[in-house]
Write a protein that binds this ligand. Structure first.
Ligand code: NAP
Length: 355
C-alpha cells in the first residue's frame, strides 16, 4: 500500500507527448505541482499547449531539461517527488535504424529514469507507460495464449529488432523496468499497457503515430479500401485517468491492459462515415487480405507480408477487466473517440474537406 502526498511534486517524463499531455492536464486540474523534464525547455512553441493548461488550472507546472540518453539528467526534476510517471519513449513506425531510434532510447531511457528513482529518496511509486505491444507482437499470437485472449500475464515473445521493432522496444524496456523495480523495495511500480491510443490530445499537431493513423483515414490514402487489421483501441482520456489512478490508489499494483475496444482498422474507419463520409475520402470498403498482401508492402515498407498474414483478418482480443476493477476505468464508445479525434484534425486544418 503506497500513499502519495498530494502536496509533493509529481514528475512526468515525456510531457510534450500525446499521451502525457492529457495526463499532465489531469494532474494540473487536481491542483498538483508537475515537474516536466523535456528535451528542450526553451521551445516555447512546443510547450505552449502545456503552458495554456497551467494558466487555466490551479496546478503548477515546472520545466526541466533532460534526455533519455543522458544518464542522471532526470535527477533535478525528480527531487522531492513521491510519484514519478515515466511515459517518454519514441513511438513511430518509420525508422531506418531501429536500435538507435527505438530500442536504445526506450531501454536506456527506462534504465536511466528508474536508476534515478533508486537514487532519489523521496520516490515512493513509479508508474510506467508500457504498451499492449509488450504483451503481443501480432494478432496471430492470440493462438498461443492459454484462453485465446491477451491478459496481463502474457508477454510479447515474437517481436525482434528486425520484426516489429517498436513492439520489441516496449517489451525489452518493460522487462528491464521490472528487473530494476523488483531489485529494491523502497518504491513500487505500476504499469499501464495501452492498446492504440486515440482521441483528442492537447496538441493538435502531435507527432505520435496515433495521429498519423487518423490522418491516413481522412487524407485519401485508404480511399481504395482499408484492411481489417486487428487492433485494440482506447481513448487518450481513459489512458490519462488510468495513469492518475495508478499513481494515487494505494493498492494499485502490477500491469494493466488499457483497451476499450477489440476492433480492426476498417471498423474504426467506419465509425467516421455518418459524420464525415460525405466530405472526406474515407475508406468505404474493406480491402481483401490477398490484395493487402499484394500491394501493402509497396505502399508502406513497414507493412511486411508476414505482418499482413498474421494481423489482417485476424481478431485482436484483450481482457480489460483489471483496468475496470482496480483502477475504476469506464470506457467510452469507440465512435465518440474517433469522431472527436477526427474533428480535432479538421479544426486544426490538417484534414481538409473536399471542395
Ligand atoms: P509521442 O507523442 O511521440 O510522445 C513521446 C514522448 O517521448 C515525447 O514527449 C518525446 O519528447 C519523448 N522522447 C522521445 N525520445 C526522447 C528522448 N531521447 N529523450 C527525452 N524524451 C524523449 O508518443 P505518445 O503516443 O504520446 O507515446 C507516449 C508513451 O505512450 C510511449 O511510452 C508510448 O510507447 C506509449 N504508448 C503509446 C500508444 C499510442 O497509441 N499512442 C499506445 C501504447 C503505448 P519530444 O517531444 O522532445 O520528442
Amino acid at each position: 500500500m503506497t500513499h502519495i502526498d498530494r502536496n509533493a511534486p509529481v514528475m512526468v517524463s515525456g510531457a510534450t507527448g500525446y499521451v502525457a499531455g492529457v495526463l499532465v492536464k489531469r494532474l494540473l486540474e487536481e491542483g498538483l505541482t508537475v515537474h516536466a523534464p523535456v528535451r528542450d525547455p526553451d521551445n516555447l512553441k512546443k510547450l505552449k499547449y502545456l503552458n495554456a493548461i497551467a494558466d487555466s488550472t490551479t496546478g503548477t507546472l515546472r520545466f526541466f531539461k533532460a534526455d533519455l540518453l543522458e544518464a542522471g539528467s532526470y535527477s533535478e526534476a525528480m527531487q522531492g517527488c513521491e510519484l514519478v510517471y515515466h511515459t517518454a519513449s519514441p513511438f513511430f513506425t518509420k525508422v531506418r535504424d531501429p536500435q538507435k531510434e527505438l530500442v536504445t532510447p526506450a531501454l536506456e531511457g527506462t534504465r536511466n529514469v528508474l536508476e534515478t528513482a533508486n537514487q532519489t529518496p523521496s520516490v515512493k511509486r513509479l508508474v510506467l507507460t508500457s504498451s499492449c505491444a509488450a504483451i503481443y507482437g501480432e494478432c496471430a499470437d492470440l493462438a498461443n495464449t492459454p484462453n485465446g485472449v491477451f491478459t496481463e500475464d502474457i508477454w510479447n515473445t515474437t517481436s525482434t529488432l528486425d520484426h516489429n521493432p517498436y513492439a520489441y522496444s516496449k517489451t525489452v524496456a518493460e522487462r528491464a523496468a521490472w528487473e530494476i523495480a523488483n531489485a529494491q523495495s523502497r518504491w513500487d511500480m505500476v504499469v499501464i499497457n495501452p492498446s492504440l491510443v486515440i482521441g483528442p490530445g492537447i496538441n493538435p499537431n502531435a507527432t505520435s503515430e496515433s495521429y498519423n493513423i487518423l490522418r491516413r483515414f481522412g487524407d485519401g490514402t485508404m480511399k481504395a479500401g482499408c484492411p481489417r487489421y486487428g487492433i485494440g483501441a482506447v481513448d487518450v482520456r481513459e489512458v490519462a485517468e488510468a495513469h492518475f489512478q495508478a499513481g494515487f490508489r494505494p493498492e494499485a499494483n502490477g500491469r494493466h491492459i488499457l483497451s476499450g475496444h477489440n476492433t480492426n482498422l476498417f471498423e474504426m474507419a467506419q465509425t467516421l462515415q455518418p459524420r464525415f463520409g460525405d466530405s472526406f475520402p474515407l475508406p468505404h470498403r474493406s480491402m481483401p487480405k490477398w490484395l493487402v498482401w499484394l500491394v501493402g508492402p509497396l505502399v508502406d515498407k513497414a507493412l511486411t507480408r508476414s505482418s499482413i498474414a498474421r494481423n489482417v483478418g485476424v481478431p485482436w482480443i484483450a481482457d480489460n477487466t483489471k483496468s475496470q476493477q482496480s483502477l475504476g476505468i469506464e470506457y467510452r464508445p469507440l465512435a465518440d473517440s474517433m469522431n472527436e479525434f477526427f474533428q480535432q484534425l479538421v479544426d486544426s486544418g490538417q484534414l481538409k474537406p473536399r471542395a
